[in-house]
Design a protein. Structure first.
Length: 301
């Protein structure tokens, strides 16, 4: 079966499975807190496998994956919160010839309420334009890395990347999908914890309060994933009416954040510890929401 004959989403399902296998093989069951401040992958692992060119159009030598496909990949990537700029580089190489000429990772700078932020800006070249403006790179030196989002490693810069409307929308979709993946992983870990942690001689997962909280969190994460995949499909079908992308994506990220906060409660006191690492996912999603809000506001101007 060729790429051209696959339906929207099919490439993404296969690619997402590959990402899960790759990250599972490297990271396994290692707690996120153990690798959040390290470089567990190395960029060559991703570039040698061609993962960074998944979204590049076929006519430019890439796999030609659709946004719907890439959203599946972003969800899988988010489950591990691996500290590497894969999603940023996929979006960059999808829209920028200058980015495609780079062997290393590429990122963007986004105006947010807290200033202009560039994920992984200390280790990546920052594009000056994505789909519009000069197709090159910013020359300024990045500031210190913000320690809040350990796995995104944002830095403050003076100049934002110029975004075409559709390029901004696509990156916003992918960052939101990444957040959904992080929330789903938190729920999986919380349920596993509830099955193994015992009080009064029985697993806490047998308590009605825990069951209800976990069931509600599952409903929320399904809703969040539905919202982001709906946003990813906007405009895919010819003649389809445009949907409120901003509303869908911000709802998805807010819901994902609620899931992680609920998972902290399922873990009880352990949920607040550094070693458990739930805080890493929470910080990741909070920062992704800031970036997405900045992108969508930029797109609206």
């Amino acid at each position: 079966m060729t790429v051209r004959r696959m339906r929207a989403g099919e490439i993404g399902v296969l690619a997402a499975e590959g990402v899960r296998d790759l990250l599972g093989g490297v990271l396994g069951g290692t707690p996120v807190a153990d690798y959040a401040e390290t470089d567990p992958l190395g960029w060559s692992v991703l570039s040698d496998g061609g993962w960074d060119e998944l979204g590049v159009p076929e006519e430019a030598g890439g796999a030609g994956a659709t946004l719907r496909d890439l959203a599946e990949v972003a969800v899988a990537w988010g489950r591990f919160c691996a500290p590497a700029p894969l999603i940023e580089t996929i979006a960059a190489k999808r829209w920028s010839a200058a980015a495609r000429d780079q062997a290393g990772p590429v990122t963007v700078a986004v105006p947010t309420a807290a200033g202009v932020m560039a994920p992984y800006g200390a280790t990546c070249r920052v594009l000056s334009g994505l789909g519009t403006g000069p197709d090159g790179f910013l020359s300024e030196v990045a500031g210190p890395t913000d320690p809040f989002a350990l796995t995104l490693r944002t830095v403050s810069v003076d100049t934002a990347t110029a975004f075409a409307g559709e390029a901004a929308r696509e990156l916003a979709v992918l960052w939101t999908a990444e957040g959904v993946g992080a929330a789903r992983r938190c729920l999986t870990d919380a349920v596993d914890y509830a099955k193994g942690r015992k009080q009064f001689g029985v697993p806490i997962g047998s308590f009605q309060a825990i069951k209800h909280r976990a069931a509600h969190a599952l409903e929320l994460v399904e809703r969040a994933e539905t919202a982001v995949l709906w946003a990813a499909a906007d405009g895919y079908a010819e003649g389809a009416e445009s949907i409120d992308t901003r509303r869908l994506l911000l709802h998805s990220l807010s819901t994902s954040q609620e899931v992680v906060e609920s998972c902290i409660q399922i873990h009880g006191g352990m949920g607040f510890t550094w070693e458990m690492g739930v805080h890493v996912y929470l910080r990741h999603i909070v920062t992704l929401r800031e970036l997405v809000e900045g992108l969508l506001s930029h797109r609206a101007r």
